[in-house]
Design a binder for this molecule. Structure first.
Ligand code: EPU
Length: 419
């Protein structure tokens, strides 16, 4: 299993290109299930999760090929609308095939994703929405079986209990081929949801309001294949912003959408970091002492849970105390014991982690438990004295394209060690 060996490296300097967004690409690739013909998706990040999604689409009979950052998919009628446990257990986002399959074929059998390192993560809101559109849902032997007795879903008004991101995406993708109008109330407003709306409309769908909390979808009879470039990854960008600030560096992120990063930028500025738009990029610079700053994760446009761990590392060497509250996932502090092993002083009380800033962290061997926690440990390694080994790097490879190749030119001393 690969690990990353990092030596404390001093300030990061230079510029780094930002890849396409993983969490936008995954629902977009699933949308290929909605229309036969040749789809072309550009700016797709070359990540393990994308390859897993490719395998899932292939098991259903679509052809999937990836060359650099371009994915070609030939959509065709699927043999069996079925997502097996073997693939879903590798990647929860596999559940994103559910909406398109039920919309197109009136039935689907998809493994239940189960819990994961960051929380229980049920899909009850996805299923409630499909039921409201006329589907019958049955859970059996670890699978969810969905059947639409009338053959085609019917538009409905669906009020979500919580603005779930993949739930909103699944229901949008289901509603585009339903009969009549669907209204999703309390929908997720994440940029990835807005992007899926744009993509579906390019395919001939009639989606309005994606990116706001009420989405209205007029179902159509059929959709067309599409050629589309995926938006930049705001979480990858945010991770390099946190790394630049934590090392007291000066880094230009190339090709980002600043509007997607406002909550993070506000908190970085509150901590004393310089964050400036520069053309199609964002420049992040920091020097000297940073201030302890409180953060609470919230659905977009609030502070993203996917940046909580990386921001916490920044706070580890800031002056004073910061309270970091996680409201989205119940178990997303798995990086805290690892950071404490590196000399951080962090105390967890329920959903809040209190960080007491210290002058320095010390290198150690640490274990990653999920994608964003792993990224936080890499940043910790960059600012620690001595050597840090981040084990179980496969978590990072799920969501960061060539992290060591992007950090090295900025002056980071980081190598991948294969065992
Ligand atoms: N929830 C329910 N019922 C549901 C759906 C969600 O109770 O039917 C709860 C979840 O358990 C959780 C909260 O609602 O406590 C939010 O979950 P959400 O459904 O919004 O998360 P998700 O759609 O499963 C996506 C991203 C995550 C990101 C979250 C929050 C993708 C593929 N995944 O997950 O990304 O953290 O939204 O923004 O888009 C990552 O990239 O590292 C990652 C975990």
């Amino acid at each position: 299993m690969d690990s990353l060996r990092i030596q404390g490296s001093g300030p990061l300097r230079g510029s780094v290109p930002i890849s396409g967004a993983k969490n936008a690409a995954l629902p977009i690739l699933c949308a290929a299930l909605l229309a036969d013909g040749e789809h072309c998706f550009r700016n797709v990040p070359a990540l393990r999760d994308v390859r897993t999604m490719g395998r899932l689409l292939e098991t259903m009979g679509l052809s999937f090929s990836m060359e650099k950052n371009t994915v070609d998919i030939v959509g065709r009628p699927v043999g069996e609308p079925y997502a097996p446990y073997e693939l879903v257990k590798q990647m929860r986002a596999s559940v994103l095939v559910l909406g398109p399959l039920v919309a197109r074929y009136g039935r689907a059998k998809v493994s239940l994703p189960g819990g994961c390192a960051i929380g229980a993560r049920p899909i009850d809101q996805h299923l409630k929405g499909l039921e409201a559109m006329g589907a019958r849902v049955e859970l059996s032997a670890g699978y969810v079986n969905v059947e639409v007795p009338k053959g085609r879903l019917e538009g409905a008004e669906i009020v979500l209990d919580f603005p779930t991101v993949t739930g909103t995406e699944n229901l949008m993708s289901a509603a585009v081929l339903a009969k009549g109008r669907t209204t999703l109330v309390n929908a997720a407003r994440e940029p990835e949801v807005e992007e899926l709306g744009r993509l579906l409309n390019k395919m001939g769908a009639r989606v309005e309001g994606a990116g706001t909390d009420v989405i209205v979808i007029e179902g159509v009879e059929a959709l067309e294949p599409v050629d589309h470039a995926v938006i930049p990854d705001r979480i990858e960008a945010g991770t390099y912003m946190a790394a630049a600030a934590a090392t007291r560096g000066d880094v230009l992120l190339e090709g980002v959408t600043f509007d997607h990063l406002e909550a993070l930028a506000a908190k970085l500025r509150a901590a004393g970091v310089v964050v400036e738009r520069e053309g199609e990029g964002v420049r992040v610079a920091a020097s000297g002492e940073l201030r302890g700053t409180n953060v609470t994760t919230l659905p977009h446009p609030g502070f993203p849970t996917d940046m909580q761990a990386q921001f916490m590392v920044l706070m580890c060497t800031a002056t004073g105390r910061s309270a970091i509250t996680e409201t989205i996932f119940e178990n997303r502090f798995m990086h805290v014991p690892e950071l404490n092993r590196m000399g951080a002083i962090i105390d967890i009380n329920g959903r809040t982690a209190t960080v007491e800033g210290v002058p320095k962290l010390q290198g150690a061997s640490v274990m990653a438990t999920d994608l964003r926690a792993s990224a936080s440990l890499v940043i910790a390694g960059l600012i620690a004295e001595g050597t840090t080994n981040v084990l179980r790097v496969y978590h990072i490879d799920r969501g960061y394209e060539r992290i060591e190749d992007k950090l090295s030119p900025l002056g980071a001393n980081i190598v991948r060690v294969s065992e």
